[in-house]
Design a protein. Structure first.
Length: 475
């Protein structure tokens, strides 16, 4: 494939904006209530310490791989394929692609829920009016992206800068409004102090933390557009550290404004409710406007990432070649059409979900953890073979970093529980079957290990369907 022209290359600032823009979106504005329903301050701090440490290891893995394997220029899909074969690459691509689609659904739902604060007809973002208006927004962005990656990335950079302004204002007001007595009560959040309470609170929060970090690989996915290869690793680590600081401050400082039960009862976007408690009604309006800008930019980032991953898989014959089609602007247009068609289907399904936003949020986390695990495991495989992290770290250090990232991603996947694993299998299976059919069409044999994985996915999917039919598993 020919390299992008100068008109289509991305600078360090634009790559960093892709990382920050992908991570800062719907999740951060929902953090106060989302954490308060599950944990107090001690549990939140421990959850962020675990998540921050694990995700820092993953960020260092992406940085290392960008230097060790500069020939792999499609990021998260290419690493899984290089390390464990075509089928693993396919599962990584499908999981990440569908995770991006679900993240876009979460963005659209939260936009309508925010409008519902001022226009009750939108409700919680999942009623008929919300679905119709979200669909119009979906296809409006679709035709915007078709104009060109460079143009879309520029808009994403502008939106990323714009979304940081309301977050900064929020932190200034909340720091001044923190009450010591409220903060002290929320240390345990009203639950009995003790190790059992802490472990229960942390486990209930960990999968939530994964969602707000999804997007850390944004620069890696778009590495083929990077003006300088070294910028990919710099953008990944710098973007992650900046976002981590914001996430921790937004979560912890909110506990000093409202008691945990009141914080947990706030409707989304709960950050607006916290701001209203400090600054009055105008504060809620200000944060809501900031959220709309933020989530629109976040939606744009996810749309770019989703289409790129699917396009990359098709270029490498993991998916039908038709999905590798590009338009005159260099946009992976065929992949974009399929991506937005799937998002449209997910939007319709969300109409029937009991807690649509939470479901989209948790499923995004579950779907992206498998690709993350495969990337970390590939770096571990390289480190065990004696390959270090280029100029970043020797092989011995990378073994520890990649090992920690692998353990973290696997543990997060298990911590989410059987519900999300079963639901994930329903999404993975069609992609796996399509891969099997495509490989058979190409005359490529399906290996024994691949057949075992396909059978396991099928068994899990059947179990999920039976559980949904009997009511033991609900959307």
């Amino acid at each position: 494939m020919s390299p992008p022209s100068d008109r289509r290359t991305l600078s360090l600032l634009e790559l960093t904006a892709l990382v920050v823009g992908s991570m800062i979106g719907s999740g951060i504005f929902a953090l106060p209530a989302a954490f308060a329903t599950r944990t107090g301050i001690y549990g939140a701090l421990l959850a962020w310490a675990i998540a921050g440490g694990g995700m820092l290891m993953l960020a260092l893995v992406f940085q290392s791989l960008s230097r060790v394997r500069p020939d792999l220029d499609t990021g998260i899909y290419a690493y899984a394929r290089a390390g464990f074969g075509d089928f693993a690459g396919l599962l990584s691509a499908v999981g990440y692609w569908l995770g991006c689609c679900l993240a876009d659904v979460a963005c659209l739902i939260l936009i309508k829920a925010t409008l519902g604060l001022f226009f009750p007809a939108f409700g919680d973002g999942s009623n008929l009016l919300s679905i119709v208006s979200a669909s119009l927004l979906l296809w409006g962005f679709h035709f915007l992206i078709l104009r060109g990656i460079k143009e879309a990335a520029f808009l994403n950079t502008v939106a990323t800068v714009a979304k940081l302004v309301p977050l900064a204002v929020f932190l200034v007001f909340v720091v001044q409004g923190v009450r010591a007595d409220v903060f002290a009560f929320n240390l345990w959040g009203g639950d009995p102090p003790g190790a059992d309470t802490l472990l229960r609170q942390v486990r209930g929060t960990l999968l939530l933390t994964v969602f707000v970090f999804v997007g850390i690989e944004g620069a890696s996915v778009y590495s083929r557009y990077a003006r300088r290869r070294a910028d990919v690793g710099i953008a990944t680590v710098a973007g992650f550290l900046g976002v981590l600081c914001l996430l921790v401050m937004v979560t912890v400082l909110s506990y000093g404004i409202l008691l945990r039960p009141d914080l947990a009862a706030l409707r989304n976007p709960s950050m607006a409710g916290v701001m209203e408690a400090v600054a009055g009604r105008w504060g809620a309006v200000f944060i809501s406007v900031g959220l709309l800008v933020s989530v629109l930019g976040n939606y744009l980032s996810w749309s770019l990432l989703a289409a790129e991953v699917l396009h990359s898989a098709a270029l490498n014959d993991a998916m039908p070649r038709a999905l590798a089609g590009e338009n005159k602007a260099g946009v992976p247009s065929t992949a974009l059409w399929l991506t937005n068609a799937v998002i449209q289907v997910f939007l319709l399904v969300s109409w029937f979900a009991e807690y649509a936003f939470t479901l989209a949020l948790m499923m995004t986390s579950a779907m992206t953890l498998v690709p993350y695990f495969l990337v970390a495991a590939y770096q571990l495989k390289l480190a065990l073979a004696g390959h270090g992290g280029g100029d970043a770290a020797p092989a011995a250090t990378m073994r520890w970093i990649a090992g920690a990232a692998s353990v973290y991603t696997a543990a997060m996947l298990l911590a989410g529980g059987s519900r999300y694993l079963l639901l994930s299998s329903l999404l993975y299976l069609p992609g796996a079957v399509l891969f099997w059919a495509w490989q058979r069409h190409r005359g490529v044999a399906f290996g024994r290990g691949e057949a075992v994985v396909l059978g396991l996915l099928a068994a899990m999917a059947v179990s999920a369907l039976l559980a949904l039919g009997t009511g033991r598993l609900r959307l």
